[in-house]
Design a protein around this ligand. Structure first.
Ligand code: FES
Length: 173
């Protein structure tokens, strides 16, 4: 029906409504634009998050790209067979554990569980590294997970011995 009839009908009122001046996009187009904008937003959002993760994941490697310090962590004579000792390496924020196996060999690992970062403890009786948070278990000989939720081994601390002194010289991830 044309708009020029004497009394505007409901269709004319709708077509000429004042809100249309502020929102001139037709409903069908509005939906189309919204979907396209949403896809663009999701794509850009995903790219931004992926980029941020990439950068954050790379920062520790960049910061540790140089050789790690050689740090004295204790004396061999103070760690009896089957016992352990805590130390921090490479920074004061990195708790680690030094263990003398019953064979006499010294091994050291990051104390941070590879599941959700609780501190692993040395269970001397069971000869295992145990994470009490979710009952994760790692072998003492290799730091390999063998029970519970952890799937990645504990980072191993490389050791050097000079006389009775033990030094941490690097981290194997
Ligand atoms: S944090 Fe160690 S098992 Fe979950």
């Amino acid at each position: 029906m044309p708009d020029d009839h004497a009394t505007p009908c409901l269709n004319c009122k709708k077509r000429n409504a004042r809100w249309r001046e502020d929102f001139p996009v037709e409903w069908e187009n509005d939906e189309y634009i919204t979907r396209r904008e949403m896809v663009k937003f999701l794509a850009l959002g995903s790219l931004t998050i992926a980029g941020a993760n990439f950068i954050l994941a790379g920062i520790p490697h960049v910061l540790q790209s140089g050789p790690l310090p050689k740090t004295k962590i204790g004396t061999a004579s103070s760690v009896a067979a089957g016992s352990s000792q805590l130390f921090r390496y490479p920074t004061n924020d990195d708790p680690c554990i030094l263990i003398r196996q019953t064979s006499g060999e010294l091994v050291a690992y990051s104390q941070v569980c590879t599941h959700l970062s609780c501190a692993v403890i040395h269970d001397q009786k069971e000869n295992t590294l145990f994470c009490p948070c979710h009952h994760g278990y790692f072998t003492v000989a290799e730091g390999r997970p063998y029970a519970g939720p952890p799937t990645r081994p504990l980072p191993r601390i490389r050791l050097e011995q000079e006389g009775d002194e033990i030094f941490a010289v690097g981290v194997e991830v």
